[in-house]
Design a protein around this ligand. Structure first.
Ligand code: FE2
Length: 345
């Protein structure tokens, strides 16, 4: 056997196994029909099972092929086993033709169903791509407005994802969390540059202008699709505090969306460990201590514990050297976008 034949056999091993199983099923059903009295009794309808399976697995070709095999298997079955009455040829041929019609029609319908599913998947892929491009556009918009904020979001997204996994969030939910982290400051697009990049102390009015960004970011993401509600809530709640002293809703404890509680820790840690227009970066150990100090007041205690565990195991990006703009973690893929489109949480 040549290399091509081996490759063909390896690729089709599943189909060969299924075909063998169905042929065995036909032989088994034949014995059952003989053993239960003959072709005129109800058990003869079991011969339709492999025919239906053939159509389900391989469309019209499979349905017709299995129908022909079932017809051949039915050839020698007596009308009545007890009396030994045999089938007439015309009777058998009629039965075989009905098998082929049923197998062909079922296979045809299965083929139509498969084509429909392929089309739906293609449309889903296009929708995923579109949504991914919208998110990417938002990210670029944040970055172009303020390079610091853009890279900040990238690191927060990565670290939020790591915390989510450490907390035991399912992979797909953690991937949505990644998007929420990436877009958490998207509302800053509406904040004037003069305020956003101001090196000195902000006035109360300027603070208030900045504080609107979590609600505005939430509204922006919500306006794209209802199914992004979880991401939007995570964005809205990323400045809430565990003790209820945050903004914009003064939500408290577990009333704060889990994405918001996680992003809050990732956001503050990232902000402390990078240089800002108005101060230098804080040493990592001092920043970790700040996070520990906020456990149970500013931050959800369990999230802080998960963050510290993730940090110890090297899953947390620290400082400005760890941000390749627009490079997603290798384990974040198109699935997360599909999840965004199809799941609420
Ligand atoms: Fe923010």
């Amino acid at each position: 056997m040549g290399r091509g034949a081996f490759a063909f056999a390896r690729e089709n091993i599943g189909n060969v196994a299924k075909a063998t199983a169905i042929v065995c099923l036909i032989l088994l059903v034949r014995e059952i029909v003989v053993g239960t009295g003959g072709i005129k009794y109800a058990y003869s309808h079991l011969l339709y099972v492999p025919i239906i399976l053939g159509g389900f697995l391989w469309g019209i070709v499979g349905g017709v092929t299995l129908a022909v095999l079932a017809g051949i298997a039915a050839a020698g079955i007596p009308i009545d086993t007890a009396t030994g009455e045999v089938q007439e040829t015309a009777n058998w041929l009629l039965r075989a033709v009905i098998f082929v019609l049923v197998g062909g029609l079922n296979g045809l319908l299965m083929g139509v169903k498969d084509a429909y599913i392929r089309r739906v998947k293609q449309m889903l892929g296009e929708a995923c791509s579109l949504l991914s491009n919208v998110f990417g556009g938002f990210s670029t918009a944040i970055s172009s407005k303020d390079t610091y904020t853009g890279n900040h979001c990238q690191r927060v997204a990565h670290n939020a994802y790591s915390i989510g996994r450490q907390l035991g969030l399912p992979e797909r939910e953690s991937q949505r969390l990644y998007w929420a982290g990436l877009l958490h400051d998207v509302g800053k697009i509406g904040v004037p540059d003069s305020i956003l990049n101001k090196p000195g102390k902000l006035t109360d009015a300027e603070f208030n202008a900045i504080r609107k960004h979590s609600k505005e970011g939430c509204d922006l993401v919500n306006s794209i699709a209802e199914s992004l509600e979880g991401i939007a809530k995570g964005i809205r709640h990323h400045h809430e505090r565990w003790d209820g002293k945050g903004y914009p809703d003064r939500a408290k404890g577990e009333d704060i969306h889990i994405f918001g509680r996680i992003i809050a820790v990732a956001d503050v840690f990232e902000a402390l460990t990078t240089k800002r227009p108005y101060r230098d970066a804080m040493p990592v150990e001092a920043a970790l201590q700040e996070i520990r100090k906020g456990r149970g007041t500013h931050f959800d205690p369990l999230v802080v514990d998960a963050f510290l565990s993730a940090y110890k195991s090297g899953q947390i990006w620290v400082g400005e050297n760890k941000a390749a703009w627009c490079v997603l973690p290798s384990n974040v893929d198109e699935e997360m976008v599909k999840g965004c489109l199809h799941c609420r949480w």
